[in-house]
Design a protein around this ligand. Sequence first.
Ligand code: ADP
Ligand code: DAR
Length: 342
Amino acid sequence: MNYPNLPKDCTSMLCKHLSPEVFEALKDKKTANGFTLEQAINSGVLNLDSGIGVYAGDAESYELFDGLFDPIIEDYHGFGKNDKHQSNLNPDDLKAPNPDPEGKFIVSTRIRVGRNVANLPLGPAISKEQRDFVESSVVEGLNTLEGELKGSYHPLLGMSKEVQDDLIKDHFLFKEGDRFLDAVGLNRNWPEGRGIYHNTDKTFLVWVNEEDQLRIISMQQGGDIKEVFTRLVSAIKSIETKVPFSYNDHLGYITSCPTNLGTAMRASVHIAVPKLAEDMDAFKAITDKHHLQIRGIHGEHSQSEGGVYDISNLRRLGITEVEAVQDMYDGVVALITAEKAL
Ligand code: ADP
Ligand code: DAR
């Protein structure tokens, strides 16, 4: 493998941190699952508009390719090689009375975590047989859930296009054919082994075998962030009694993308701030101050519509789950205050 052609104007973390020296040190290494540096960086080589451009094929990738992953993790999360991740999933520690009880600003709230099954490769290096095993064992565990978490699993294989399109349009299901995921092999054998579990009200959902092997999701209309977090914690604690999660005390919960390590949590609101959005510099000054990310309303790499934005925590590693949600909550309060002032 030769050093990739990375143009000078490429701004991804891959372009920033894959020096020729790091490349030479890592290019001939292979994890126990056969995952190579070439596979890890292919998404960023093919998609020069990537933000990151690198994925892990297994937990070992983060150690074996540390020369590339460590500076990316430090750069994105501000988290050092010898730092230890801490977890706190106690909703009592979250100070978050509904910031918009009259429903004037927050359309909906969604909090999700990524999880992967312990002692198996991650999506980029998993075999079809292993991925099918993940689907069957995760679904077996999900089908034992009771109360508000009780629901049903819907495999993507055999799902009608209408049902699939409706679930995506209504923000419940992942999109198909993401080119970033495709380039690292995360779409292999699609749609086999993939699907969505949800309860009757679609306030609790689990994506199976998309970018991570599980995406555990709690969501509802309105701004009761604490209620959404409490439901998510209950779901995580129920599922982890059935499915062992890949975790270590340095990186926390192990995920395919380094941006999702640690809590692997993204807590978001869809919020209408049309006046504030007329001055994006002022808008971004508030989101930057509160470590928040602005996305469009149909997920990553999408646009906002009607002055509604997806606002979520940027930091996921080196802070606890409670702190990640508190980051989002405090930022949303600041955005509502600014919108009201306008
Ligand atoms: P993820 O959050 O899982 O990393 P995306 O940003 O692509 O992935 O979002 C996945 C889906 O969740 C998209 O359909 C998006 O519209 C939806 N979504 C995210 N946040 C919210 C929210 N606060 N309310 C409703 N839907 C949301
Ligand atoms: N699209 C890839 C991943 C960025 C983080 N988002 C994830 N993991 N869904 C990129 O490098 O832009």
